[in-house]
Design a protein around this ligand. Sequence first.
Ligand code: NI
Length: 276
Amino acid sequence: MFDTHAHVNFSAYKEDSDEVIKRAQEKGVGMILVGSQYSTSERAVQMAEKYESGVYVAVALHPIHLQEREVSHQVDNKEKVEFVSRAEEFDYDKYLQLGKSSDKIVAIGETGLDYYHLTEDDKDEQITKQKQVLIKHIELANELDLPMILHCREAYEDLIQILKNNRIKKGGVIHCFIGSAEQAVELVDLGFYLGFNGVITFNKAEKYHEVIKQTSLEKIVTETDCPYLTPVPHRGKRNEPAFVEYVIAKIAELKGLSVQQVEKQTDENAKKLFKL
Ligand code: NI
């Protein structure tokens, strides 16, 4: 099993990251620790270096960290403020050096476009900035010969446009895919994988179920996005990489395949995309 999007490098695991990774490894779950700022990207590298195998890294600056704001997540159908993020300027050379610093680094991510948190007064300015920073990350991925892990919220049309005009040589994954069925087809046609997590186990996820049914299993990768988006039956608890098994089971159910078939294919997909 493979969790292509885990944030065990975040402060939610400050006390027990080693145990969390151990629990995953005992179940045979490999993972990519995903950074969202320079500090969390650097921490991911330090953590992965401790493991012989099965723990990899992605480094980047997430669009929500371009501006100081409260970052909230849905917890039991309520928005809960998780932390106040400080603004970071994207320093290409700093990330280039970090990207070259370890062979555990297998992707540039997570970065992308996120219009969900924008307010009316600075929307245009921020959208322009997010697009510029995304394009710089694409240059970085191409310079380092790495695929990308892309985040997208309420910005799928703009993302597709940018990906059409700025080719990522090694491709990538649209993580936590929550776009439309048509956008899914377009992104897969452009060569991207779609990443699915605990969201597909929630109530009212039928829209994503249709996307999974229509998408070739060869183009799907599994993830948790832990500590967020904990799958059923663990809703309300902190998420962790070991819970990727519930995502795999749901995909198997939706596609009418065995859990082993889905596990085998999604493992192969992750290995192929990230050259593991
Ligand atoms: Ni994430």
